[in-house]
Every structure is written in structure tokens, then in C-alpha cells.
Design a protein around this ligand. Structure first.
Ligand SMILES: N[C@@H](CCC(=O)N[C@@H](CS)C(=O)NCC(=O)O)C(=O)O
Length: 109
């Protein structure tokens, strides 16, 4: 989208900024960025993946055994290499039961 401002229109600019900010906030609230850090053989990960599959949820995944950068990111941000870990807008949530509860509460489509 290209916005060309030909003259100073404070009220238009203010309203546009306010609308963009509102959209940004509501989008983040309704549609948080998710990523499930996991590995294939982990039984707790399997439990979370099964929940995701059974409920047809769209949760991108990173396998820390296949992706060393993902493992490093998990340790750097979450503080430990434990999986499963759900990243919610960049914040780490550990514990399979808590992850399933969060997904249930937030009705991720
Ligand atoms: N109570 C945790 C247990 C998770 C757990 O023990 N994960 C293992 C893999 S099956 C793990 O990441 N171990 C390595 C570590 O803790 O760094 C849960 O329910 O998510």
C-alpha cells in the first residue's frame, strides 16, 4: 500500500495512524504468532501435537533435533532446552498441560 500525502492534514494523518495502531493491536491480540518447539520422539510433544491435530489447529512447529538454530533460540529465550515449548509472540510457555490449556483458552483456529 502506498500512501502519498500531498499536503499537511493532521486530522487525516492522526486518524490513519490511530486505525493502523488499532489494527496492529487487535491483530496481535486475536492472532498471536505461535511456534511449537518440539522433537519427534518426545512423549509430551506427541501429546501436544495430537491435541493440535485432533482440533485442526494451525500451529507452526520447529523440531529442535533437526534445527540447531531453533534449539539455540529455545535456550536463549526460554532459558532451557525442555520441550514442548510454545512460543507466543516470542514468549516461551513450557509444560504440555499448560500449552494445551492455553490453546484451549485462546481457541487458536
Ligand atoms: N512436564 C513436562 C515434561 C517435558 C519433558 O520432560 N521433556 C523432555 C523431552 S520428552 C525434555 O525436553 N528433556 C530435556 C530437557 O529438559 O532439557 C511437560 O509435560 O511438558
Amino acid at each position: 500500500m502506498t500512501v502519498t500525502v500531498t499536503e499537511f492534514q493532521p486530522s487525516v494523518n492522526f486518524n490513519l495512524t490511530r486505525r493502523l495502531l488499532f489494527n496492529c493491536i487487535t491483530n496481535t491480540m486475536n492472532n498471536p504468532e505461535l511456534s511449537l518447539y518440539h522433537f519427534e520422539a518426545c512423549p509430551y510433544c506427541q501429546k501436544v501435537r495430537r491435541f493440535i491435530t485432533d482440533n485442526n489447529l494451525n500451529v507452526p512447529m520447529k523440531d529442535i533435533h533437526l534445527d540447531p538454530i531453533a534449539r539455540e533460540t529455545l535456550i536463549q529465550i526460554g532459558g532451557k532446552s525442555q520441550v514442548p515449548c510454545l512460543f507466543i509472540d516470542g514468549k516461551a510457555l513450557y509444560e504440555s498441560a499448560d500449552i494445551i490449556q492455553w490453546l484451549t483458552d485462546h481457541q487458536v483456529a
